[in-house]
Design a protein around this ligand. Structure first.
Ligand code: FCB
Length: 483
């Protein structure tokens, strides 16, 4: 078993200026839920084990040219076969909660009908093992691994997929409900519809505008139906929420304000508004991005907007948009924001970026949390993902000294604590990710973990950031950034 203190010196680099324990600290409220996050296809491996069926990510990753270097999740971190030692490793990080996802094709190998007990049993053992170690399980039901037979029948653009999802949700709630009190239905509906069906860079790799608009509605409907189905199975005090990836969109100039607002609506409000207020932002968003009226059955919007207990927020970086790239001040950048006619996405000169190329700017998280709290003042928030990819490597002494990640985490935790100080009801933070893992179309090249994974030996090496995070959790406070 690896442990945090095993591979690097807690007294060494951690006591440099900005991270010194003598530095001023910003405290979090008592009971703040500290966790780490993963997703099934990204870590489990065991693709053909335990009666698991195939998902769209098996098909996609095995299709030449779809994933960098042809990487697949067949083995990944082999977490399926390393349950006990990974549980011990989680405990050694000091986390209070673990957000993982349940692989639908492990539970229902063909996406409907009978239950694969061996699959359900794996998650029962995971939940029990977490609880033995005092770690709260926070499962996500759908983190992108749709059973392939459901895609073959039409996938998320088809209404029945939402119904199948609710059936699966009920099975899982029945099977694990005793041990789990906080649930997440769907991870990032925007990415499901946009990356999977509109631009096709994720499974199932379709590039079809109409399919994406239909998927948008059916993923949201799937969430709503799952909430209903789960509430029927779970104890009354169980909490059910959904995770949205959200960003702030900043205009470069007064003239770009309107377009920034439209892009913000496309990225955030297409998914947030139906959940919060039961309507699509039709006044702001281009019609072709929204589901056509004929797909929205009577009662759908009420199902989608039925009360949830919390909102999960995934945040990585802010977006900045202008009407054109102004050379002296701005340069073109990449972004996950959908293309918008007349607008360019820009990155301010000099801003640092992660190994994904995503700009690093923690003020975006602060602004986002404050904005969300304004939109839904009574809804508790959890940051269900935040973190960065870095060029991590094992140095000759056997350590992984990922100081960029420490400063990223420190700045984003500081932003979170400041948001709480202004009244935002933020209840917890889950770092993405526990382990380096299969980063979707980027494969294994992009490392997001607090723990380094040597994929060839499956050796786990906690990075310097794991020790930093453990200190933060222990102190329930984060050192205030200097300067
Ligand atoms: C999010 C995904 C997560 C991970 C991070 C980097 O969009 O939910 O699985 O890939 O990005």
């Amino acid at each position: 078993m690896s442990s945090v203190s095993g591979h690097w010196n807690m007294e060494g680099p951690m006591t440099t200026d900005a991270l010194s324990t003598a530095a001023p600290q910003r405290r979090f409220p008592d009971g703040f839920l500290w966790g780490v996050a993963t997703a099934a296809y990204q870590i489990e491996g065991g693709a053909r084990e335990g009666g698991r069926g195939l998902s769209i990510w098996d098909t996609f990753s095995h299709t030449p040219g779809k994933v960098r270097r042809g990487d697949t999740g067949d083995i990944a971190c082999d977490a399926y076969n390393r349950l006990e030692s990974d549980l011990d490793l989680l405990a050694s990080l000091g986390v209070r909660a673990y957000r993982f996802s349940i692989s639908w094709p492990r539970i229902q190998p063909v996406g409907s009908g009978g239950v694969n007990d061996e699959g359900l049993d794996y998650y029962k053992r995971l939940v029990a093992g977490l609880k033995e170690r005092g770690i709260e399980p926070v499962p996500t039901l759908y983190h992108w691994d749709l059973p392939q037979p459901l895609e073959d029948a039409g996938g998320w653009p088809r209404r029945e997929t939402a119904e199948r999802f609710a059936e699966y949700a009920a099975i899982v709630a029945r099977g694990l409900g005793d041990g789990v009190s906080r649930w997440i239905t769907v991870n990032e509906p925007l990415v499901v519809a946009n990356h999977g069906y509109r631009i096709g860079v994720h499974a199932p790799g379709r590039a079809d505008e109409a399919a994406a608009a239909a998927a948008t509605h059916h993923v949201l409907l799937g969430h709503g139906l799952a909430v209903q189905a789960m509430r029927a199975e779970l104890a009354a005090d169980s909490q059910v929420g959904v995770t949205l990836n959200m960003t702030v969109v900043r205009p470069t100039s007064e003239e770009a304000k309107a377009v920034a607002e439209e892009i913000e609506a496309e990225a955030n409000r297409v998914f947030l508004d139906p959940i919060l207020i039961g309507a699509y932002p039709a006044d702001t968003v281009r019609a072709r991005l929204l589901p056509p009226q004929e797909l929205i059955a009577q009662g759908d919007m009420a199902i989608i907007s039925a009360p949830i207990d919390f909102l999960g927020v995934n945040y990585y970086s802010p977006g900045t948009v202008g009407l054109r790239a102004e050379d002296d001040e701005l340069r073109r950048g990449e972004s996950r924001i959908a293309n918008h006619p007349g607008a360019v996405t820009v990155t301010r000169r000099g801003i640092s970026r992660t190994a994904m190329g995503w700009p690093i700017d923690a003020s975006g998280l602060y602004d986002l949390l404050v904005q969300l709290h304004g939109r839904a003042p009574d809804l508790p928030l959890y940051i269900t993902e935040n973190g960065m990819a870095a060029e991590d490597y094992v140095d000759p002494e056997g350590g992984v000294n990922d100081y960029e990640r420490i400063s990223y985490l420190r700045d984003h935790l500081d932003a979170s604590a400041r948001a709480i100080e202004t009244g935002v009801d933020l209840r917890g933070y889950f770092c993405w990710s526990f382990l380096d893992n299969f980063e979707w179309a980027e494969g294994y090249q992009k490392r997001f973990g607090l723990v380094y994974v040597d994929y060839w030996t499956q050796r786990r090496i906690p990075k310097a950031s794991a020790g930093f995070y453990r200190q933060v959790i222990g102190a329930n406070a984060v050192p205030v950034p200097v300067g």
